[in-house]
Design a binder for this molecule. Structure first.
Ligand code: UDX
Length: 436
């Protein structure tokens, strides 16, 4: 079967390479020439474990090609996956769906007989119904249909999540669309992956609800972390204890500097905005607090740093370990670590950042910070060290050598991942979030 993947960013590039891995002939449509040429030469223009091997293998085998032509895509594919981005609008909280609209407008006139367009992008509820009507207008007489099949992949595990998803969701308007999707995903369904078949609106809402729930869980534990601090409790022990309850679960209960990235922050805002348009904003207004609690973690770290440095960070040397929004990624979109580094810099601190993969992407976003080539170089003569990442390599640093590198043995553990006792034994003052 021949498929196209429209938009080859994190989602699309991973989907395209993974579908080639399942045995399909895949044509990726990417209008950014730099990205397209990179992908066509087997190079992934961002860091995602395992993806480059998969891409290079299938570019070499000829199963995966790239183009900028919607005409070629329409003639080639029986199924067309729409994977373009839906960033936050510049003028509000809602999602900017113009790339999804443009993809459908460009593709629809070229659709072949019986083609299925499958939306994977995260969109405001109601988008699929609107696009289905648009396809009917732009592609009359070819019996083309639309389905919505949201994607739940996590950066850092994108290939794994695509090939072995927790579940598949098919938002469909006909039995035929359901059958096409069941046949297409047969290799994944054969491994007993659960599938939920539903209508367009529910499929769209599943995705934003899943992300809103995850964001709420993180902000819940971060709020409790502040109570722990006020009361002298330990949020890590607390999360372990409540996490043993199957109904709660331990995942996404790590208190710290909070969530960032290209999905959770913008998806909760878009959900709130869409709920407002639908007249149910009050019901969803707790998401405002989820967002506020999340953003407050960043200013809390800045405040703690200020207190630890005696009331001002100006002219202090501060080492920041971690720049990406999470480990195993070079993505710095809405990164809590980089936001903290930036705020400290704006308050006059001399900030030196090191991230194993994200120094270049961070430099492009925040060129005024200093970037070091290793954890130890970032820490040279530091008055304060900020551990803002979950990359394990930072936990393996030789504390003896580090102690001789820094000026003050002061550390804030923004991810509550350091062995605080070992650091204290080595003479450090350790400050976690929500810990004694
Ligand atoms: C998320 C969803 O998990 C995924 O299903 C969806 O498709 C896209 O959005 P991703 O953005 O890759 O994926 O990151 P995720 O692993 O969910 O982490 C999001 C953020 O939350 C990171 O900044 C992470 O550090 C933070 N986080 C996560 C916490 O602060 N505490 C936790 O306990 C878990």
């Amino acid at each position: 079967m021949k498929v196209t993947v429209i938009g080859c960013g994190y989602l699309g590039a991973t989907h395209a390479a993974s579908m080639a891995e399942l045995g399909y002939d895949v044509l990726g449509v990417e209008i950014d020439s730099g990205k397209r040429e990179s992908l066509a030469s087997g190079k992934v223009p961002f860091y995602e474990p395992g993806l480059e091997d998969l891409l290079a293998t299938h570019v070499a085998s000829g199963k995966l090609r790239f183009t900028d032509s919607f005409e070629e895509a329409g003639a080639f594919g029986e199924i067309h996956f729409v994977c373009v981005g839906t960033p936050q609008r510049h003028d509000g909280l809602g999602a900017d769906v113009r790339y999804v609209d443009a993809a459908v407008e460009s593709l629809a006139p070229h659709l072949g007989e019986g083609a299925l367009v499958v939306g994977k992008s995260t969109v405001p509820v109601g988008t699929a119904e609107r696009l289905a009507a648009r396809i009917a207008e732009l592609a009359p007489g070819v019996d083309a249909e639309l389905a919505w099949n949201p994607e739940f992949l996590r950066e850092g595990f994108a290939v794994e999540d695509t090939l072995r998803p927790d579940r598949l969701v098919f938002g469909v308007a006909s039995d035929r669309s359901e059958k096409v999707l069941r046949d297409f995903y047969a290799p994944i369904l054969a491994t007993e992956t659960p599938v939920v078949v539903t209508d367009f609106a529910t499929a769209e809402l599943v995705k934003v609800s899943a992300n809103a729930f995850l964001a709420t869980k993180i902000s819940f534990i971060n709020a409790v972390a502040e109570v722990c601090e006020a009361a002298g409790g330990d949020v890590v022990d607390l999360a372990d204890a409540i996490g043993h309850d199957d109904r709660i679960g331990r995942k996404f209960l790590n208190a710290g500097i909070g969530f960032g990235g290209g999905c959770l922050p913008k998806d909760i805002r878009a959900f709130l905005s869409r709920a407002g348009e639908l007249g149910v904003e009050d019901t969803m207004s707790f998401l405002r607090q989820v967002d506020d609690i999340n953003l407050r973690q960043r200013s809390r770290v800045v405040q703690i740093a200020t207190t630890m440095l005696g009331g001002s960070v100006a002219r202090s040397r501060i080492a920041v370990w971690g720049a990406a929004f999470k480990p195993e990624s070079d993505d710095v979109r809405d990164s809590p670590a980089l936001s903290i580094a930036g705020q400290l810099h704006l308050r006059g601190a001399l900030v030196s950042v090191y991230d194993p993969k994200a120094n270049d992407t961070a430099r492009a976003m925040f060129p005024t910070l200093d970037y070091a080539e290793s954890a130890l170089l970032a820490a040279r003569d530091a008055d304060l060290l900020l551990h803002l990442t979950e990359w394990p390599e930072f936990r393996l640093v030789d504390l003896g050598v580090l102690g001789e590198t820094v000026r003050n043995k002061l550390v804030i553990d923004g991810r509550n991942k350091l062995d605080a006792q070992a650091w204290r034994d080595a003479g450090w003052t350790v400050r976690g979030l929500g810990r004694p």
